[in-house]
Design a protein around this ligand. Structure first.
Ligand code: MG
Length: 256
């Protein structure tokens, strides 16, 4: 059963969406060469405290996690694809950094991710990977309209990804979001158009394509959390929290 929210409730989700967007903007601006991943986590933690928000990550301990996450932001560098546990590492120019961040504020959750090249200039192939993820996200969001089916979102993401020459891992993808970080449905990053539940106004989804250069397989690092690309190739990951409304998709985590 996919939860649906009134338009009034979706209005009440705007503050958490704006907060998540603002934190990702501030943390990505701070992610300069020489800055340590634990400093980025501390910055995000300070911003959470100032806002009176609650981290969705710090106590998160699902079956696939080795222990409670213990940090408030995911920092996935280079061949770390998803769930990067912040650790003692100073960023270098040209690193491909993905930040993934979710909090609860006033009872509602938003979840968003951004990928960037540290120091601005990196390998053209890495920029292409990021650009492809962003185009896949835009295509997925464009499909998030009433009357479409869930498979249309998945198919739109997969089509952009595959057309750019990347294979798609469907083990981890998007999800419903509302009172908690992970709600029904799960939204694989590839699928068949015209299949699955019909999309209706009031559904709120985290849509999150991620891609690796050379593989669609991952393994878990020794920290018990960070998911690494199987072949050591680099990865990118972008995400927005999107409400389906009768006027079309409303991106709650849009960065200004
Ligand atoms: Mg996320």
């Amino acid at each position: 059963m996919i939860p649906r929210h009134s338009s009034g409730t979706i209005e009440r989700m705007r503050p958490v969406g704006a907060f998540v967007a603002g934190v990702l903007t501030q943390v990505s601006q701070a992610a300069k060469p020489g800055v340590n991943l634990v400093e980025l986590d501390a910055l995000a933690h300070d911003l959470i405290r100032q806002a009176g928000a609650t981290s969705c990550y710090i106590d998160y301990h699902p079956s696939f996690g080795g222990s409670p996450f213990g940090k408030v932001i995911c920092t996935s560098v280079n061949d770390a694809a998803l769930h990067g546990l912040p650790h003692d590492y100073a960023l270098q120019a040209g690193d491909l950094l993905s930040l993934d961040f979710a909090v609860s504020l006033e009872g509602w959750v938003a979840d968003s991710a951004v990928s960037m090249i540290v120091g601005g200039e990196g390998q053209p192939e890495d920029q292409r990977l990021i650009d492809t993820c962003e185009r896949a996200l835009a295509a997925g969001i464009a499909a998030a309209v009433p009357g479409n089916r869930l498979g249309d979102i998945s198919a739109a993401i997969g089509a952009v990804s595959r057309a750019a020459g990347f294979s798609v891992n469907t083990d981890f993808g998007g999800h419903g979001v509302g009172r908690t970080m992970h709600e029904d449905p799960s939204i694989p990053n590839d699928g068949t158009p015209g299949t699955g539940p019909v999309l209706k106004p009031g559904m709120v989804f985290a849509i999150e394509p991620w891609l690796m250069h050379g593989t669609d397989e991952i393994y878990t690092a020794e920290d018990g959390w960070t998911l690494m690309s199987a072949d050591g190739s680099r990865s990118a990951h972008v995400e927005h929290t999107v409400a389906i409304t009768k006027n079309g998709p409303l991106v709650l985590t849009e960065r200004s």
